[in-house]
Design a protein around this ligand. Structure first.
Ligand code: GDP
Length: 366
């Protein structure tokens, strides 16, 4: 195939991989103006579609953000903060100001202390060397928190461009689509926004005559649980409604299985509550620690599901991490799955999670 560039975003057109940048169906190649599917959808449906690139590919694409002068809006998933914070963000953004947006707040229990959650998000970003102007909690599906965020974006951007960055699955497209819907007069976005010479694969949505909101491709982070499960399992583990906590009174030497994707052993400590915040559809099984290994070997993919058969083929082995928890009100966080709150503390637990998807500890924000 001769090489064709998309008339919208300038990226090289390809017809083989739907999820990758530049995809267009072969039939569309005969048209006079060839657009990649992502630009086509934006032009005809005013809708942003998700495409993904690897961390390295992205780094090569983004020198323009570093060199540009604009506001960076980093969208993350509050259910997968570890998997969705972009570790290379300071390298990507240079000295540009950053606003951190925690999306999917509609999934959190009503009792969530938002101030603590914001504090934790800010601290998690700071640990990675990401200094943020502000932290915002939103639901792009429900529209919560959007008004305040939009007003502050307007303030911080200081008449400059806005770059929206995020890993895949955080809800970046949903967020931008809501922004487009809430703005007026953005018909025919592509034709008004194509500036030859802008970075390939970036889509520009005009904000006014001189500046634009720029959608960048979603970055694939290998630490996201989402990359190790089938589409079917991803649906099960991703909460779709407010999460209902499930409480277990556990003695020492007891184990909880979260499907067969993760596991928590209580190895030392008095009997106490363990409050589990996971998708309401993820089954939790309690068993004796001494039986846990055997149960896992014999029943993963069956009674302990998800994983389904397809996920089992790609799921890395579970790795252990021991946490000696002295403080009260700590959470053991299984990124991309959920967390277990331990109100009393003074306990030693072993958390098992797929290798590469590391379990962390944080102060509870509920
Ligand atoms: P992208 O890959 O970052 O562009 O993410 P998408 O916008 O495609 O969203 C990924 C998934 O998260 C979809 O199933 C969305 O419906 C869901 N999603 C996005 N935003 C929210 C939100 O605010 N709340 C909830 N509950 N789900 C969301």
């Amino acid at each position: 195939m001769e090489s064709i560039d998309c008339q919208g975003c300038g990226v090289l057109i390809q017809t083989s991989d739907q999820d990758k940048l530049g995809y267009t169906p072969e039939t569309a190649l005969e048209k006079e103006t060839v657009l990649c599917q992502r630009c086509f959808r934006l032009k005809h449906y005013n809708e942003i579609q998700d495409v993904s690139v690897s961390d390295n590919e992205f780094l090569q694409m983004v020198s323009s953000i570093r060199d540009a002068n604009g506001l960076v809006v980093h969208v993350i998933d509050i259910f997968d903060v570890n998997g969705s914070l972009i570790k290379s963000l300071p390298r990507i953004t240079g000295d540009n100001p950053i606003v951190l947006v925690g999306n999917k707040t509609d999934l959190l229990p009503k009792s969530t202390n938002r101030r603590k959650l914001e504090h934790w998000l800010r601290a998690s970003a700071k640990d990675l060397g990401i200094k943020v102007k502000g932290v915002y909690l939103i639901s792009s599906v429900k529209g919560h928190g959007m008004q305040e965020l939009m007003e502050d974006i307007e303030k911080y951007r200081n008449h400059k461009d806005v770059y929206v960055v995020g890993t895949t699955n955080v809800g970046k497209s949903t967020f931008i689509n809501r922004l487009i819907n809430q703005s007026t007069g953005v018909k025919d976005v592509i034709t008004t926004s194509y500036f030859p010479g802008t970075t390939l694969g970036f889509i520009e949505i005009p904000l006014d005559d001189n500046t634009a909101l720029i959608d960048t491709p979603g970055i694939v982070n290998k630490q996201q649980m989402a990359h190790y499960v089938s589409e079917h399992d991803l649906k099960l583990i991703t909460p779709s409604k407010e999460v209902k906590p499930k409480t277990y009174q556990l003695n020492s030497k007891q184990t909880l299985f979260f499907g067969g994707l993760a596991r928590l052993d209580v190895v030392k400590g008095d009997k106490q509550s363990f409050v589990c915040y996971f998708s309401n559809q993820l089954p939790i099984h309690r068993t004796k620690l001494e039986k846990a290994d055997e149960l896992y070997e014999n029943h993963k993919g069956e009674m302990l599901t998800p994983p389904d058969a397809q996920t089992l083929n790609v799921l890395p082995e579970l790795t252990e991490n021991t946490f000696k928890i002295m403080d009260e009100r700590m959470d053991v966080v299984f990124p991309g799955l959920g967390w277990v709150s331990i109100p009393d503390g003074n306990v030693t637990v072993v958390a098992h999670s797929p290798t590469g998807v590391s379990v962390t500890l944080r102060k509870s924000f509920l």
